[in-house]
Write a protein that binds this ligand. Sequence first.
Ligand SMILES: Nc1ncnc2c1ncn2[C@@H]1O[C@H](COP(=O)(O)OP(=O)(O)O)[C@@H](O)[C@H]1O
Ligand SMILES: [Mg+2]
Length: 367
Amino acid sequence: MNKEFFLKVGVIDEEFINRRRELEDVSALVRMGQSCVFIAPRRYGKTSLMLKVAERVKEDFFIAYVDVNVCTSVRDLGEHILNAVYSAVGIKGFVQKAKDRIGELLRSMRELKVKVGELELEVGLELLQEKEDIAFLRKVIDLPQELARKSGKRLLVIYDEFSEVYTLNKKIPDIVRSSVQMHKDCVYMFAGSQESMMRRFFTSPKGPFYRFAKVFVLDFLDEEDVRKYIREKVRSAGMSPDKDAEEEVLKITRGHPYYLKKLLQVIFLTCDRFTSECVRESLERLLEEEKHYFETLLYHIKEKKYRGEVVRIIAMGENPYEVLKGTLSSQQVLQVLKDLELEGIVRRRKRGVYELTDPVLGIYLGR
Ligand SMILES: Nc1ncnc2c1ncn2[C@@H]1O[C@H](COP(=O)(O)OP(=O)(O)O)[C@@H](O)[C@H]1O
Ligand SMILES: [Mg+2]
């Protein structure tokens, strides 16, 4: 597996905060042949964790990475899987090459690290002849097992943002499950940001993947680890630790890996000293830099009625049932909350108490 691949999809060289136990556990499970699934809102570190695991086990596995999020149709998903599987054994851009010229493909075969016989290439070429999309998808989903069996090396197949398959076609989860359960020489890792949907697939007794994969629900990073991390970073930036500033960073990021790293980056780039005041100033810069992301997210949220209002109310720390009394029935409020939960935008802390999964979006909206 090449470095380019890692750089494209996530962290690799940067340090990996916390999640050590998950990393150990998942790597061991994968080696034992146990498939795993990661459920957490966006930017909680699912992709990073999976890539770390892949890095750890790459001696024992070919790694195929499929980002469902970028797939636009059933056909496109199938082609992405095909590319990912061939890329795992050293052939990049299989589909394009096959479409362009087969000769070139055969030539590139000679440069392969891993010897893939002509037979295996023919398999892929034949698959591309399949015109019916679902039939094509069914076939490519089985390709990892075929390659694993023939090469004698197992494949670790990663389906990132897996719940998106449902928007492409509602039948896909069942199709994937019925195939992958037969793959003795493959291990699967799935990740998804839409918690309710992922739970429906993986933890509900009626779900297609019930008991197929070991479930990991990623939360914010552990507070103690975050404190330690902040202190280390502050020290190596040549600054003195400061209890109040540290508290401030924790209060803002709450151990959200993306914001924690981002905020510290801004602090070290723009401040001479680590103080509460400089943390607050850096927060302003962070909000400015994330503005586009937030606005795009909010635009999407507001595509459905009342979702914008409800998100704003939660951001203010208020109770949407109370605030919207007189405007919406409690049944309607519940419906909006469930919908937002399904998309991983809010989550229920306890009965009747909701929070945004993105702590900094909360601050942004609170302004
Ligand atoms: N454990 C971690 N240690 C350090 N940085 C992390 C960690 N997890 C995530 N990150 C950072 O947060 C960002 C979002 O992580 P990512 O893995 O893309 O999240 P997700 O896949 O859940 O959306 C990454 O760019 C990465 O820099
Ligand atoms: Mg991701």
